[in-house]
Design a protein around this ligand. Structure first.
Ligand code: NAI
Ligand code: A1CAB
Length: 271
């Protein structure tokens, strides 16, 4: 599907690097098929040295070469960037924007000919366990969607959705690894508190969340049912869960997702 094709990234930061690492690890593309542009020269040199990809200092040149072009810059940089590359990009190039809050209509206005797809991935794409949600723009047909989905399927799970769900997706799975790292760090600290060595505690915390997540995905059971199977009557787990409920862990997570979703909405309104 990608033979003799170039995939370009404008913006070589955290999410671009995670995608590049995951796509190369999956063997979907060769390093020579990946082109990267970043305003930061050190970043270009780092990505070239670390992954064998080709760094291109001129974003217009990169845009003209790419068959699929990822926009992996901060949301406020997207529109000025599109003004810069609009004349250089070929009309058949599929544009994939991962920018939080930036609407398909705004992207399509700046690039009046290209098929555009808005995606919200997350950083676990770097290890093949990403969660990416794709929304097709008005000029994207199923073939464009399938091509973009093939890239994201190689680095994790993929769901197609309407754009109206993107802010909610951003608040949950886009930002979610951040919440999960805080939870793992907090659990690891807790383990240290009760006497475990730090490294062992981090391993226990991370593997426990990974195992629990895998059980939800593989059994298809409701998480509450799986929780019930851990909570022996009068036992340790229910004593711990009681404290979590008392301290409002559920409400805190609910508010975290709601506030992040709202932030994504606000970013979409900014001009
Ligand atoms: N980090 C994450 O977990 C996720 C990020 N995103 C989205 O990805 C985008 C990038 O986020 P991060 O990678 O976290 O940010 P970042 O700050 O790590 O990367 C942005 C990169 O763009 C470069 N840059 C700035 N202006 C540029 C320009 N005009 N041309 C070329 N390069 C330029 C910067 O030097 C930097 O290396 C954002 O729009 C964000 O909403 C989406 C999903 C997850
Ligand atoms: O924090 C952010 O704005 C980006 C979007 C989702 C994850 N990181």
């Amino acid at each position: 599907m990608f033979t003799n094709q170039y995939v370009g990234f404008i913006g070589g930061g955290a999410i671009a690097e995670a995608l590049i690492r995951g796509i190369l690890q999956a063997g979907l593309l060769q390093p020579a098929q990946i082109l990267v542009n970043d305003v930061n020269e050190n970043r270009r040199a780092f990505l070239e040295a670390s992954y064998g990809v080709t760094a291109i200092a001129d974003s217009q040149l990169l845009a003209a070469k790419a068959d699929i072009l990822f926009l992996t810059v901060k949301p406020n940089v997207v529109e000025p960037l599109l003004t810069t590359i609009a004349k250089a990009i070929l009309p058949q190039t599929i544009v994939v924007s991962v920018a939080a809050g930036v609407r398909l209509a705004a992207l399509e206005e700046k690039l009046p000919n290209n098929p555009i797809i808005r995606v919200m991935p997350n950083t676990p794409v770097a290890v093949g366990e990403g969660m990416s949600v794709l929304a097709l723009g008005s000029r994207s047909c199923s073939e464009h969607g399938e091509k973009a989905a093939a890239l994201f399927n190689a680095v994790g799970k993929t769901v197609m959705a309407g754009e109206e769900l993107m802010d909610a997706v951003t608040g949950l799975s886009g930002s979610g690894p951040g919440y999960a790292f805080v939870l793992i760090d907090a659990l690891a600290d807790a383990g240290v508190r009760v006497g475990l060595p730090r490294q062992m505690s981090i391993l226990l915390a991370a593997q426990t969340l990974l195992g629990a997540a895998k059980m939800v995905l593989e059994t298809g059971e409701h998480p509450a049912k799986l929780r019930d199977a851990v909570t022996s009557p009068g036992g340790t787990t229910i004593a711990g869960i009681h404290v979590m409920e008392q301290r409002g862990v559920r409400a805190a997570l609910s508010d975290a997702v709601a506030v992040a979703c709202e932030r994504s909405r606000e970013m979409g309104k900014r001009k």
